[in-house]
Ligand binder design. Structure first.
Ligand code: HEC
Length: 110
């Protein structure tokens, strides 16, 4: 139950080129499970999870970053003005759920 994320181009990543992507190796079946677990997320995160107004996009973003944010919402470490809207979403997520969700969101076109 882990995701391995590596830069597409190490040299460009070292230069902090944010136009270069990443490759994420995810557990078998996690993308399909994640799709089912994110059906309710589009209400706030928009169609295709590409963001809606001030609510951030989830599509095509780094899975390790996304997992960290979900964990931080759950533990209360991330606690900004709008974070309460995520409380109910993360309350019952297991580590396996988080891996499935971020595997799916990372697979989407930004
Ligand atoms: C009721 C509205 C709402 C729903 C439903 C919702 N979110 Fe969010 N989400 C937000 C808001 C608002 C933020 C920004 C919070 C902040 O800035 O602290 C956010 C932030 C996030 C972030 C951090 C993004 C970043 O750029 O740091 C992730 C990851 C996330 N949501 C995942 C999910 C997932 C997965 C679901 C469904 C299981 C979900 N959200 C459902 C409102 C929602």
């Amino acid at each position: 139950m882990r995701i391995v994320e590596t830069p597409e181009d190490l040299e460009r990543t070292k230069l902090r080129d944010d136009a270069t992507g990443f490759i994420a190796y995810v557990p078998t079946g996690s993308v399909a499970r994640g799709e089912a677990k994110t059906e309710g997320c589009t209400v706030c995160h928009g169609p295709g999870l590409r963001g809606l107004g001030p609510v951030p996009a989830l599509a095509g973003r780094s899975p390790s970053y996304m997992a960290r944010q979900l964990y931080d919402f759950q533990t209360g470490v991330r606690n900004g003005a709008w974070s309460d809207l995520m409380d109910a979403e993360v309350e019952d997520l297991s580590l396996g759920d988080i891996v499935d969700i971020v595997a799916y969101t990372a697979s989407l076109a930004p």
